[in-house]
Ligand binder design. Structure first.
Ligand SMILES: Cc1cc2nc3c(=O)[nH]c(=O)nc-3n(C[C@H](O)[C@H](O)[C@H](O)COP(=O)(O)OP(=O)(O)OC[C@H]3O[C@@H](n4cnc5c(N)ncnc54)[C@H](O)[C@@H]3O)c2cc1C
Length: 468
């Protein structure tokens, strides 16, 4: 690595802004799951958009790739280097200011390094609500959330990150700064450029700040955990809750029993309230205090119990209990990792095909990967299931035929008219699926966009597009 580049980066970033020692770089070079670890030439920690622009210009001039990083909680190793070419990790976590809170326009302009929890809290303190919520929210950062178009538990009612973004500030591959932060819900002046960068996984530009929608505060919520016999029953329960609550149904998660048990194992006093083959977590919310979500939820559950759709149900009696239900669900990924990990998948299928997909996965595993344990849970209302295959009891994850399992699960989802990556993106771990399942026309369009915006391939090389 040319010492000249490191000296120039150091001059731009100042004291503490550039990490070069291997032990300082290591946590940034390894992905959340510990599957990928590749060296970076250094880790840059800018504090301003101007510094990001200078870094991009310097790296481009020296032919060094840039790997943007936020909380590094992504599940496809998009935020850590690929093997081979020299790359700099550009971590935006020190750019974490809230620039503007505009209550007249119901929006907030914040920098890329703000965590999701900090954003949610800022909205709450202002008497508003920011609806994106996911298990890694204490660590995941705004830039990463937008770059992965993160979903989470309330997409059902509010949409994913894409739906929250009103504007972006982006540093382009030549170092130019695009200020597209205007808080305009309507602006039909040509291409909607911000959409290019949302979900682009840092391959087209570096997001330095965003303008996001805020929503009315939630006045009342009611949550319940229901026991169901199958994914089919879970789907019917979802449909009945949706019919009763409409857009007020803000959360509907499905977990097979083994999955929820992993979450329970992560929490103190972690017993499940009752045993069932599967569980549905439902939440109905209202912004108008005159509405009573608890009454709607009680009636949905009473009907479900009467019709045999649910075998048991517990309604949260306090905010503490409601948060505990959510914590149970959110702890599944960590419980899975703590118990040895899994070959992970994040598929979506048209909603009505969820039961068939779950059944087909169990049959596939029993036939082709006997002894392996399917860990199935996810965002039922979005048709999005995490289908993770754990090794047989006592066996290590490394003994599994990972590529064959992924090929089989992803192909199954595609055969049901679905997607092989619903919300986690492609990064460097889903490139095989991308080559296998994305149409040549779609890949050609993606390559054309990449070539137009980053012809030298400086931004996040080796990610998202096979062969890029
Ligand atoms: C326990 C757990 C639960 C999760 N649950 C969900 C879930 O329910 N739904 C969901 O969608 N995801 C989920 N995830 C995945 C992850 O949290 C999200 O993908 C999140 O958006 C990543 O944010 P991050 O700041 O950690 O991004 P990182 O991991 O740092 O980066 C993710 C990608 O974005 C790029 N990037 C980061 N910052 C920028 C920037 N400023 N400009 C341009 N590119 C950038 C990176 O290069 C990388 O490609 C979960 C992860 C964990 C560990």
């Amino acid at each position: 690595m040319p010492a000249a580049l490191l000296a120039a980066l150091s001059a731009v970033l100042g004291q503490g802004g550039l990490l070069t020692a291997p032990q300082d770089r290591a946590p940034y070079e390894r992905d959340w799951r510990g599957l990928v670890q590749n060296p970076a030439v250094a880790v840059a920690l800018p504090k301003t958009t101007a510094q990001v622009s200078d870094i991009v210009k310097l790296c481009a001039a020296h032919g060094v790739g840039i790997v943007p990083q936020g909380g590094n909680t992504g599940l496809v190793a998009g935020a850590v280097p690929v093997a081979g070419a020299p790359q700099l990790i550009l971590c935006l976590n020190r750019m974490n200011r809230i620039r503007t809170l505009d209550l007249a326009a119901d929006c907030i302009i914040a920098e890329a390094g703000l965590t999701l929890v900090e954003l949610q809290n800022a909205a709450t303190e202002a008497g508003r609500f920011f609806p994106v919520s996911l298990g890694a929210e204490g660590t995941a950062r705004l830039g990463g959330l937008i770059s992965t178009n993160a979903g989470g538990m309330q997409v059902l009612s509010y949409g994913s990150m894409r739906a929250q973004v009103l504007g972006l500030e982006v540093v382009l591959a030549d170092g130019a700064i695009w200020d597209g932060l205007a808080a305009l819900p309507k602006d039909n002046t040509g291409y909607d450029l911000k959409q290019l960068f949302i979900g682009a996984e840092g391959t087209l530009g570096i997001i330095t700040a965003a303008c996001l929608r805020l929503y009315p505060a939630i006045a009342a919520r009611a949550s319940a955990l229901a026991g169901v016999a199958s994914a089919e029953a879970a789907l019917r329960l979802f449909q009945s809750a949706r019919a009763a609550a409409g857009a007020g149904l803000t959360l509907c998660e499905y977990m097979e029993d083994k999955a929820l048990a992993l979450g329970a194992g992560q929490l103190a006093g972690g017993a499940l309230p009752f045993a069932a083959p599967g569980y549905v977590l439902l939440e109905i919310s209202a912004t108008d205090p005159a509405h009573a979500p608890a009454a709607t939820l009680e009636s949905v559950l009473a009907d479900a119990l009467a019709q045999g759709l649910a075998s048991d149900a517990v309604i949260a009696q306090s905010e503490r209990e409601r948060l505990r239900f959510i914590a149970l669900r959110e702890a599944i990924s960590e419980g899975e990792l703590a118990s040895g990990g899994a070959v992970k998948h994040d598929i979506s299928v048209p909603l009505g095909r969820i039961p068939a997909m779950a059944t087909a996965v169990h049959a596939l595993v029993a036939r082709d990967f006997p002894g392996c344990i399917p860990n199935i849970f996810g965002h039922l209302g979005d048709g999005n299931l995490h289908i993770n295959i754990r090794p047989p009891q006592g066996a290590a994850l490394t003994t599994l035929p990972k590529a064959a399992i992924s090929e089989a699960v992803e192909s199954l989802a595609v055969s049901f008219g679905g997607s092989f990556s619903a919300e986690h993106g492609i990064g460097q771990l889903r490139l095989t699926g991308m080559a296998a399942h994305k149409s040549p026309v779609a890949l050609g369009l993606m390559r054309a966009v990449k070539q137009a915006l980053d012809p030298a391939g400086v931004l996040n090389p080796g990610k998202t597009i096979p062969g890029a």
